[in-house]
Write a protein that binds this ligand. Structure first.
Ligand code: HEC
Length: 245
């Protein structure tokens, strides 16, 4: 009995510790039905991410079709390499190059939103990650990230966001919400950059499970059918039993 109690206390204590170490994540509040947002996200993704990362489970024209972009527009706006619209979103860089340039090779991003957590957690992680790069001269690319300590990725969106520094590094180590201040401005305002980070997150969540756009609309019909079927079977039951009572 004693042992069990000790074990239970240990388990709940370790729960407490990991809860207090939990990263601060901002709410992404994405909307998978917002086609304009998904389109802007796709554009950011192919412009800023595909140089290093692949999304090898996603075809350009699949994304185009789901997001309501014609093959012609996909070709003009989304495909920058010599890829064809029906190709997978591959990367020009090899795994070996990636490893030698960055220390670690950039992982495939097809299902990254799901890998980063269930439900909205993955989206919140990505959204916070894109907005949490800060100047850190001790790092090879001069930046660090509050949700990904000692990240091996440069701040690829710095032209948009500008560069920021972390004001409360010590407190953040103990779980405080990070506070940032811009040291150089980018082409976007803070609000515009938040929208861009949300669009990009939105696209990555869609990409993690492209069929979810479809499945949700099918789901509504399934539920409507079930309601309809309930009334039909109820009427039928009444009909069958009416002479028995
Ligand atoms: C210059 C190359 C480069 C570009 C461009 C780039 N990344 Fe990365 N990215 C990396 C590398 C290298 C890593 C691995 C970092 C590590 O493990 O320390 C990484 C890691 C990541 C991770 C974390 C993966 C994990 O395993 O936790 C995410 C998410 C990510 N990148 C998203 C993006 C997105 C979205 C874009 C476009 C806006 C982008 N990256 C553009 C090089 C790049």
């Amino acid at each position: 009995m004693k042992k069990i109690i000790i074990a239970l206390v240990m388990v709940s204590l370790s729960g407490l510790v990991s809860a207090s170490m939990k990263l601060h994540l901002d709410e992404a509040n994405i909307d998978l039905h917002d086609k304009a947002s998904l389109q802007r996200g796709a554009k950011l993704f192919v412009n800023y991410c595909l140089n290093c990362h692949s999304a090898a489970y996603m075809r350009y024209n699949r994304a185009g079709k789901d997001l309501g972009i014609s093959d012609k527009l996909v070709k003009e706006n989304l495909v920058f390499s010599d890829a064809k619209v029906g190709d997978l979103m591959k990367v020009a860089m090899t795994v070996e190059d990636g490893a030698s340039w960055f220390g670690t090779s950039p992982p495939d991003l097809s299902v990254m939103a799901r890998a980063k957590g269930a439900g909205s957690e993955g989206a919140n992680w990505l959204y916070t990650y894109f907005r949490s790069f800060y100047v850190d001269e001790s790092r090879p690319f001069g930046v660090n990230n509050t949700v990904f300590k000692d990240v091996g990725m440069p701040h690829v969106l710095w032209e948009l966001q500008g560069m920021q520094k972390l004001l409360n590094a010590e407190e953040v180590k103990h779980g405080a919400t990070p506070e940032f201040a811009l040291v150089s401005t980018g082409s976007m305002t803070a609000e515009e950059y938040d929208v861009a980070a949300r669009d990009l997150t939105n696209f990555m969540v869609y990409m993690g499970e492209p069929s979810q756009l479809k499945r949700r609309s099918v789901g509504v019909w399934v539920l409507l059918f079930l309601v309809f079927f309930f009334f039909v079977s109820y009427a039928l039951k009444k009909e069958y039993w009416k002479d028995i009572h």
